[in-house]
Design a protein around this ligand. Structure first.
Ligand SMILES: [Zn+2]
Length: 844
C-alpha cells in the first residue's frame, strides 16, 4: 500500500492503455488499467500457475523462484502483458513452450511479442527472484499479504481479480519450518537438509487471495463436526493458548456450519486452516483454505471484556463469510470491493449477535455507522458507494467512511425492503450462478429485481450510485423529503416518527427508531422538551435507541443552523450527562461537547462554561463505576481542562500524587497528559516533557515523543522549523507520528499562529499522496484542519481550490470533506449570533 500515482481515470490514460494492447503498441502504464483488465479477461482463460519458491532462513537472503503459467488465448493481435512489480534485475529468463525468448520489461510488466504465442494453449516459464515487498519477512517466518494487487510484487502473473486461476505451489524451506498455503499439503519431503512442501492444486481463486506462510509455527489440528482444521500460531504463552484454543476452533466450526445452512452451499475450498500472526496488518484476511489473523485478536487476555469477545467472534464470522462472499463469488473489478466487505459484516452480525444478548446491537449499529457516514455524506466532497476505478493500483482511493459506514446501512435497508426470506433466496441464487466466478453489484440487483414487483434497480441507483443524504421535515404529522440536490431523486426508505401529546400540542420525534438515513429536522420545542425531560419516568426514556436517534438528529440540526446553538447544546449536554449510564450514549454526548467546544465556541463562550464543565466531568470521572464510561470521562477531561485547578488535577494524575479510584493510566496516557500539560501550562512546558521522555521505557514510544515534542514548543520559531521539516519526505516516514504532531501544531489554542502552515500543507498534498500510505492524505488533511475555525482558515482552503480548477477529483473531494466543519463553523457563528438576538427565536 505505498505509492498512488495517477489519481483519476482521465481520457488520456484510457487512450494510452488501449493503445498498449496493439502488438508493437506503446507502453503499458504501471499497474493494471481497466482497459488491460478488460482485454485480458476477454481473451485469456483456463489459467494454471505452477510455482516453486526456495526460501532461505533469515529475512534478507534472496528467494529464488521458478514458475510455469499455462493458459488459453484466443487472439494474437496484441503482445502478452504479465504483471511483475519488482526490479528488472529480478527477472532471469522467460521461456515459451520450453524455448528461451526475448521479452521487454516495461512499467512493472513483462511484455511478450505475440509471435511467440499460438492460439489455444500456451506455456510460459519464468525464472525469477521473488520481490520482498509483500512477503512480510522476519528472521524465522514470513507471510504473504497480496490484496489488492500485490501478488505481482512477488512473482509474475495476471494480477486482476476476474482472472481466476488454480495454483500449485512448492516451497523449499529450512528443515524446522512449517508451511501452509491455500492448497492441501500433499507431500513433505527432505532434500539436502531442507524441507520441501508440495501443496495440491487449488480451486480457481483470484490472485489477491493466493497466500502462503512459512516459518517456525506451533500447530494444532482438531476435527469438529467432521471438519478437520489446523491452527498455526506463534504465541509462546501456553496458558494463554490453552485458555483460548477450544473457543477459537468452536467459533470457526459454528460460523462455517451457519454459512453452509444459510447459503445452501457446502464450504467450497476443501481444506480449512488458519494462521495467527503477531502483528498482522488487519484483523484478518480471507485467503480460502488459509485464513490469516492478527494473533492478539483471537488469543484474549484473562479478563477480556464482552466487547473484545464479541469482536473476536465477529472477525472469525467475517472471514468465514468471505469464503462464500468474496472468495467463491468475487467482484469483477475492485470498484465493487465494498460489496464483499458489506456482506461479510452483514453475515457476521447475523451469526454473532444472538450469542451476545447483553449488548444493545441496534444502538451500537446506530452510533457506530450513522454519524460517521454523515460526516462525509453531508459535505460537498462526498462520493457514491459505487465509484469509478481507472487502475487497480489506485484501489486504495476507494476506501473511506462511505464504504465502511454507509454501505452497511444501505444493505440492511435492502433486506428490510425485500424481507429476510427473499434476501436469502436471492443470495443463494447469486452464489450458485457465479460460483468460482465473478459478479458485480448489478448482477445481484438483477436477481432481486426479477423476484419482486418493487423497482430495486431504481432504488439502487439512488442509494448506491449517487452520493449524498436526504433531508426531511415534519409536515402535518408526517415526514416529507426536502428538495433534493439532484432533481427528481427520491430516497425511498421506511420511516417512523413518534408523536407525544404535551399540553395542547403534539411533540414530534422523527426517525424515532434510528433506522432512517438522512437529516431529520426536529422542531425547537421538541428539542427543548427532549433535554429538559431527559431520563424522566416517561416510557420513552427506557429506550436507548430513541435517545441515540434524537441526539443524532439534534447534532445534525446544529450543523445546519437549525439549532440548538453550540453554546446551548453544551449547556444542555452538561445537564443530562449525570443522568446517562449507557456507555455508548455517554461517549456520544461527550464527543458532541468536545466538537462544539473546540470547533464552534469562541474563547469567550468557552470561558463562560469552563469551570462548570471541568468540575462536572471531574466529578463524574470520580463517581462512575463503569470502566468504559470512566475512560470516556478521562479523555474528555484531558481535552477540556484549562483552568489552574484543571491543570493541577491533570498534573496530579500525571505525577501519580492524585488518584482516581479504578482509573489505571498506561504509559500512553501519561504521555498524552504530559502533552496537554505542556500545551496548557504557563511556562514553556519543557520540564514536563523532558521528565516524561526520561520516564518513558518503551523505545518506540520514546522515539515517537522525541519526534512530536518540537510541535508542542511554546516558541513559534521552533514550531515553524518543525513544520519545515515535514516538507521532506524522509521526515514523514512514520505517519502516525506526523499525525500526532499535526494535532498539537494546529491545536485550537494555537490555531492563529498555525494559519501560515495551511497553504503549504495543501501544496504538499499531491506529493503526500504519491509517497504515503493510502489513508495518509485524508488523515493529513483532517489533522491539519481539525483545530481551525476561523474565516481566514476557511478562505485559505477556498483560494487553494479556486487556484487549482483542474485539481485531481478525488483529492479535491478530500479537501472538501476535511474543511466541511470549518466552513460550517464560520457560517454558523453568524447564523446563531443573529438568532440569539432575535426575540422571536429566543427560545432557541
Ligand atoms: Zn473483509
Amino acid at each position: 500500500m505505498t505509492s498512488l500515482r495517477s489519481l483519476i481515470f482521465t481520457a488520456a490514460i484510457l487512450l494510452a492503455s488501449l493503445a498498449c494492447t496493439r502488438p508493437q503498441g506503446p507502453i503499458p502504464e504501471k499497474g493494471v488499467s481497466f482497459a488491460l483488465n478488460q482485454y485480458r479477461k476477454q481473451h485469456i482463460d483456463s489459467i494454471r500457475y505452477t510455482i516453486e519458491l526456495d526460501i532461505p532462513a533469515g529475512k534478507t537472503a534472496k528467494i529464488s523462484g521458478r514458475e510455469t503459467i499455462s493458459f488459453y488465448i484466443d487472439a494474437l493481435d496484441s503482445a502478452l502483458v504479465l504483471d511483475f512489480n519488482a526490479d528488472a534485475s529480478h527477472l532471469q529468463e522467460v521461456r515459451v513452450g520450453g524455448e528461451k525468448v526475448e521479452y521487454q520489461f516495461i512499467n512493472e510488466h513483462i511484455v511478450l511479442d505475440a509471435k511467440h504465442l499460438s492460439k489455444g494453449k500456451n506455456e510460459v516459464g519464468i525464472d525469477f527472484v521473488a520481490g520482498d515487498q509483500s512477503l512480510n519477512r522476519s528472521e524465522d517466518y514470513l507471510y504473504t499479504l497480496f490484496v489488492p494487487d500485490r501478488a505481482s510484487t512477488c512473482f509474475p502473473l495476471f494480477d486482476q481479480p476476474n482472472l481466476k486461476a488454480s495454483y500449485q505451489l512448492t516451497l523449499k524451506a529450512p528443515a524446522d519450518w512449517e508451511a501452509v498455503s491455500n492448497g492441501k499439503l500433499s507431500a513433505r519431503t527432505v532434500e539436502k537438509g531442507r524441507s520441501v512442501y508440495k501443496f495440491g492444486e487449488t480451486k480457481p481463486i483470484s490472485s489477491y487471495l493466493f497466500a502462503f506462510a512459512a516459518g517456525k509455527f506451533f500447530k494444532e489440528t482438531k476435527v469438529l463436526d467432521g471438519r478437520e482444521m489446523t491452527m498455526y500460531y506463534r504465541e509462546t504463552d501456553t496458558v494463554k493458548v490453552n485458555r483460548n484454543r477450544d473457543e477459537v476452533f468452536q467459533l470457526h466450526a459454528k460460523s462455517l456450519a451457519w454459512l453452509e445452512q444459510y447459503t445452501a452451499i457446502d464450504y467450497p475450498f476443501g481444506k480449512f486452516d488458519f494462521v495467527l500472526l503477531p502483528s498482522f496488518q488487519y484483523g484478518g484476511m480471507e485467503h480460502p483454505g488459509a485464513v490469516f489473523y492478527n494473533e492478539p485478536a483471537l488469543f484474549l487476555d484473562e479478563n477480556a471484556s464482552v466487547n473484545r469477545k464479541m469482536a473476536r467472534a465477529s472477525v472469525i464470522a467475517h472471514e468465514s463469510a468471505h469464503m462464500w462472499f468474496g472468495d467463491l463469488v468475487t467482484m469483477d473489478w475492485f470498484n465493487d470491493v465494498w460489496l464483499k466487505e458489506v456482506f461479510a459484516n452483514f453475515m457476521a452480525a447475523k451469526i454473532v449477535h444472538p450469542s451476545f444478548p447483553e449488548i444493545n446491537h441496534e444502538l451500537r449499529f446506530l452510533l457506530a455507522h450513522y454519524p460517521n457516514a454523515y460526516e462525509v455524506d453531508r459535505t460537498a466532497g462526498t462520493n457514491p458507494v459505487l465509484q469509478q476505478l481507472g487502475n487497480l493500483k489506485n484501489a486504495g482511493t476507494l476506501y473511506g467512511a462511505i464504504i465502511y459506514m454507509k454501505a452497511p446501512i444501505v444493505m440492511w435497508q435492502l433486506e428490510r425492503r425485500i424481507g429476510e426470506e427473499m434476501m436469502q433466496e436471492s443470495l443463494r441464487e447469486y452464489l450458485k450462478t457465479y460460483s468460482f466466478g465473478n459478479a458485480r453489484w448489478d448482477d445481484l440487483i438483477g436477481i432481486i429485481d426479477k423476484r419482486t414487483p418493487q423497482d430495486i434497480a431504481a432504488w439502487s441507483n439512488v442509494w448506491v450510485k449517487t452520493p449524498g443524504m436526504p433531508g426531511y421535515r415534519v409536515e402535518s404529522g408526517k415526514l416529507v423529503q426536502e428538495k433534493d440536490s439532484v432533481s427528481g431523486r427520491t430516497w425511498e426508505q421506511p420511516l417512523v416518527l413518534k408523536a407525544m401529546p404535551s399540553g395542547a400540542r403534539n411533540l414530534i420525534f422523527p426517525n424515532s427508531d434510528g433506522t432512517g438515513y438522512g437529516y431529520f429536522k426536529m422542531d425547537t420545542v421538541a428539542k427543548a422538551w427532549f433535554f429538559e425531560n431527559y431520563g424522566s419516568t416517561n416510557a420513552v426514556w427506557s429506550d436507548p435507541v430513541f435517545k441515540g436517534a434524537m441526539l443524532v438528529n439534534i447534532w445534525e440540526g446544529l450543523l445546519r443552523g437549525d439549532g440548538p446553538a453550540p453554546e446551548k447544546l453544551v449547556r444542555y449536554t452538561l445537564n443530562v450527562l449525570p443522568k446517562e449510564r449507557n456507555p455508548l450514549l455517554v461517549d456520544y454526548l461527550l464527543g458532541n461537547v468536545q466538537s462544539s467546544w473546540w470547533v464552534f465556541l469562541n474563547a469567550n463562550q468557552r470561558a463562560l462554561y469552563q469551570m462548570q464543565a471541568e468540575q462536572l466531568i471531574w466529578q463524574l470521572l470520580n463517581t462512575t463505576k463503569d470502566k468504559g464510561i470512566q475512560t470516556s470521562y478521562f479523555r474528555a477531561f484531558k481535552s477540556l481542562a484549562l483552568t489552574d485547578d484543571g491543570w493541577q488535577k491533570m498534573h496530579g494524575l500525571w505525577t501519580g500524587k492524585l488518584k482516581v479510584e479504578g482509573l489505571v493510566l498506561s504509559e500512553e496516557d501519561k504521555i498524552s497528559l504530559a502533552y496537554e500539560l505542556a500545551l496548557k501550562g504557563k511556562g514553556d512546558g519543557k520540564a514536563v516533557l523532558n521528565e516524561q521522555l526520561g520516564a518513558t521505557k518503551n523505545p518506540d514510544r520514546k522515539a515517537r515523543m522525541q519526534f512530536v515534542i518540537p510541535a508542542l514548543s511554546a516558541s513559534e520559531a521552533e514550531r515553524d522549523a518543525f513544520f519545515e521539516t515535514l516538507k521532506k519526505e524522509e521526515n514523514r516516514g512514520k505517519e502516525a507520528w506526523v499525525l500526532d504532531a499535526l494535532t498539537y501544531l494546529h491545536h485550537p489554542l494555537r490555531s492563529q499562529s498555525a494559519l501560515r502552515y495551511l497553504r503549504p500543507s495543501l501544496d504538499l498534498l499531491q506529493e503526500i499522496q504519491l509517497t504515503g500510505d493510502i489513508f495518509f492524505p485524508t488523515r493529513w488533511l483532517h489533522n491539519t484542519f481539525a483545530g481551525h475555525s476561523s474565516p481566514e482558515a476557511a478562505a485559505i482552503a477556498k483560494t487553494f481550490l479556486k487556484e487549482h480548477p483542474d485539481y485531481p477529483y478525488f483529492l479535491k473531494n478530500k479537501i472538501l470533506q476535511a474543511t466541511d466543519l470549518l466552513d460550517r463553523s464560520v457560517k454558523l457563528a453568524d447564523t446563531y449570533a443573529q438568532k440569539e438576538y432575535s426575540p422571536a427565536l429566543s427560545q432557541q
